[in-house]
Design a protein around this ligand. Structure first.
Ligand code: HPA
Ligand code: ZN
Length: 340
């Protein structure tokens, strides 16, 4: 198989904290004297067994990021790993612990540190998307949203919601999404992962999102699939995450290919790669091996993701040019392109 690492990629669905290398978390945990009991397995990777224990491990891991300054090293480490897998542009979810509970100073320190970490890495550009955590409830979500909206934006271009889809309803977070939209942010929400088609419909109807995180369970309702295609809703599909969390038994049984064939706008991402032992290269290898996807398909993925990206037209034009050069030919001069 050809080396798919060098294929230029755009990743739209990556949780910054969820992408934290275990070694970084171990180091910060030791420095801060944090209790990370049970977080790691015998191989040194993250230990969890299902979605509920995954979310619990996620919360434990996030404890080392209660100090806003840690976000510089975190962001740098995550972008370096993405760049090593051919990612030239990414949109990254930010969900610091409890969104810092309305503490504007800590939010701004975190955001500034994340910007500094991003500035340190060449060959990849990124934007940030703060997300509220559904299972933490609407009250905390609104506090976090209002805090975030008061602070400078930097690379923030979107707003979203992650967390346990089995808790609360999208409607409960409609106020957060309305405020973010009024403030000019673009919208995405996790739905159709552990919730069925009705959950995707509710995200569209009640939150007015233009992208859906996952959305794969829309496949259970042909009318919804047709709607997603007709309304050009972009799906942030994360096959490796879905397999690791037990949604589907194999990539062959995953709906990514049928959704694409039905006309849905499909993009590919890794979600929380170290938790799922995943990389963008592995995702592309699985798609190539299982469905025979090749250069033309990967170019389509890139162009679809570029179209759905929340950055401005100048950045998009620069990224369109990068496609022709390939990931390896990225120059640092190009990387410093416009911050639209
Ligand atoms: N689903 C929901 N919330 C999350 C996930 C996910 O896969 N990863 C991190 N937060
Ligand atoms: Zn996610």
């Amino acid at each position: 198989m050809t080396d798919l690492r060098a294929v230029p990629k755009i990743e739209l669905h990556l949780h910054l904290e969820g992408a934290a290398p275990p070694a970084l978390v171990r180091r910060l945990g030791a420095e801060q004297g944090k209790d990370l009991t049970g977080l790691f397995d015998e191989t040194g990777g993250y230990a969890w067994s299902d979605f509920t224990t995954f979310l619990a491990a996620y919360e434990t891991m996030s404890k080392v990021f209660e100090d806003p300054e840690t976000y510089a090293d975190l962001t740098e480490a995550v972008l370096l790993e993405q760049a090593a897998n051919g990612v030239v542009y990414s949109e990254i979810f930010l969900s610091p612990p409890s969104l810092f509970g309305g503490d504007c100073g800590r939010w701004e320190a975190m955001r500034a540190a994340a910007e500094e970490g991003a500035d340190r890495v060449q060959g990849i550009d990124c934007r940030f998307i703060p997300v509220v955590i559904r299972h933490h409830g609407p009250e905390l979500a609104l506090t976090g949203t209002l805090t975030m909206l008061k602070a400078p934006r930097g690379r923030i271009r979107g707003f979203g919601m992650a967390g346990d889809e089995r808790a609360f309803q999208p409607q409960d977070f409609a106020g957060c999404f309305a405020r973010a939209r009024e403030a000019g942010l673009r919208l995405t929400a996790h739905a159709g992962e552990f919730g069925g088609p009705e959950s995707v419909r509710a995200a569209l109807d009640d939150l007015h999102v233009e992208r859906i995180g996952h959305g794969v369970r829309a496949i259970e309702d042909p009318a919804l699939v047709a709607r997603l295609a007709a309304e050009s809703v972009t799906l942030e599909v994360c096959p490796g995450s879905n397999l690791a969390l037990g949604l589907y038994p194999s990539i062959a049984a995953h709906p990514v290919a049928p959704l694409r064939e039905a006309g849905c706008r499909v993009t590919i991402s890794t979600d929380d790669p170290p938790f799922f032992r995943d990389t963008m290269t592995k995702e592309y290898e699985a798609l190539s091996k299982t469905f025979g996807w090749g250069d033309a398909d990967f170019e389509t993925l890139y162009r679809t993701a570029l179209d759905a990206a929340f950055c401005g037209p100048e950045t998009k034009a620069a990224l369109a040019r990068r496609l022709d050069g390939g990931a390896r030919s990225l120059s640092s001069a190009e990387k410093e392109g416009p911050r639209a």
